[in-house]
Design a protein around this ligand. Structure first.
Ligand code: ADP
Ligand code: MG
Length: 399
């Protein structure tokens, strides 16, 4: 895939009607936004378009209305918050690409901003229905995709509309594509990938693709025990994906053939059961991964693994991290995840974090500012690392 895509700076937007797909899928409670982070993140692109005198038409989905007009998922709350942040009125359309939206779009003046209703109010959105794509396109002259979190979906507002309009990236998508694209296509070496999280099967293809690229692959978190089991160790009550043992063996063999160093944890924190509730106080012991007692389960990497993983991360020039090293939601079991986050924060390598929970962990633990790039898209960043073509990016014009 070509990562060299045109951005808003590569196209003339002055006086043009610009349809900009944002990620305004913000959390709400009782009709109020509980975090406006995603709206704030979209501001640079929107402000650029305003400053250049574009007529700005914003759109996004929110939640999963599945084609139904659910009032609690109206983007009106986003328009209100965005108006405050921009210090100017954001015109709210009463529909997505219907009569009201079209009339309001036609009346826009340079520098005006309007917001369409929740794109998923229309059934055709998630089916990438050409009728909806055409309706959306009919309101604008240019399409800007600034929503990385939905870039792995071929929907009308994320990709389909680009069949009918010149399409470029906004600043958020540009940043994701240039940093992650460079890491995969032309990384500064040593290139180390750290994978964790709960399920091997979720990350099968990532492991396979990363083995083609990296110098060292580190596997921690719940995934590690399936690999350890595949090596013939008993892992007690730890999470094991018994259908994936052969796959793990294949990946270990592939690493050997490719000369990739594959690191598994040498020790682990174990307890007799999973904490319930997840942040309940828990008594753990640290044991070597070759000697996990039959009645125990591994819930975090141990101190020796922490030191080894952190050392490998610090020696790297490029690090990609996806998936926590343990049940980081519990303070006693967060040590491995903290050690890795700390190593990335201390490193002067290009450090990239993808995956919803790993990104949340970096933020909760206070390391976010010291990471080069925290991807805004969990699923999208995973597909990116898998080497898949993302429809919302593939549809943009090449430079
Ligand atoms: P991401 O969202 O970053 O891609 P995942 O969703 O794959 O990460 O995995 C995150 C989850 O994995 C967390 O909820 C964490 O508690 C869980 N987890 C990590 N290590 C273990 C383990 N050893 N046993 C069970 N669950 C684990
Ligand atoms: Mg997750």
């Amino acid at each position: 895939m070509n990562y060299n895509k045109k951005s808003i700076e590569d196209i003339e937007v002055a006086g043009k009607r610009v349809l900009c797909r944002c990620d305004f899928n913000v959390p709400t409670k009782d009709g109020k936004i509980t975090s406006d982070k995603r709206i704030v993140a979209a501001l640079p692109t929107i402000q650029y378009l305003i400053d250049k005198g574009a007529k700005v038409i914003l759109c996004s989905h929110m939640g999963k209305p599945k084609g139904e007009w659910k009032p609690e998922l109206s983007l009106k709350v986003v328009a209100d918050r965005l108006s405050e942040l921009l210090g100017k009125t954001v015109i709210m359309a009463a529909d997505v690409a219907g009569e009201d939206a079209k009339a309001k779009a036609a009346a826009l003046q340079p520098g005006d901003v309007m917001l369409l209703e929740n794109t998923r109010y229309i059934k055709g959105e998630t089916k990438n229905d050409p009728e909806l794509s055409k309706d959306l396109a009919s309101m604008a002259d240019i399409f800007v995709n600034d929503a990385f979190g939905t870039a792995h979906r071929a929907h009308s507002s994320t990709a389909g509309v680009a069949d009918y309009l010149p399409a470029v990236s906004g600043y958020l998508v540009q940043k994701e594509v240039s940093i992650m694209g460079k890491a995969l296509a032309n990384p500064e070496r040593p290139f180390v990938a750290i994978l964790g999280g709960a399920k091997v099967s979720d990350k099968l293809n990532v492991i396979n693709n990363l083995l083609e690229k990296v110098d060292t692959l580190i596997i921690g978190g719940g995934m590690a025990y399936t690999f350890l089991a595949a090596q013939g160790y008993t892992v007690g009550k730890s999470l094991v994906d018994s259908e994936k043992l052969d796959y793990c063996k294949e990946m270990m063999a592939k690493a050997e053939v490719k000369g990739v160093k594959l690191l598994l944890p040498v020790d682990t924190a174990v307890a007799s059961s999973f904490p319930s509730p997840i942040d309940a106080e828990i008594a753990v012991q640290y044991v070597d991964c070759t000697a996990i007692p039959a009645d125990q389960m591994g819930l975090d990497i141990g101190p020796k693994a922490c030191a080894e993983f952190a050392g490998a991360a610090k020696a790297a020039k490029t690090v990609v991290w996806n998936g926590p090293m343990g049940v980081f939601e519990n303070p006693t079991l967060a040590k491995g995840t903290i050690a890795v986050a700390q190593a990335l924060a201390d490193s002067d390598a290009v450090t990239i974090v993808g995956g919803g929970d790993s990104a949340a962990a970096c933020e909760q633990l206070g390391f976010a500012d010291q990471i080069t790039h925290i991807s805004t898209g969990g699923g999208a960043s995973l597909e990116f690392l898998e080497g898949l073509e993302l429809p919302g990016i593939a549809c943009l014009q090449d430079k």
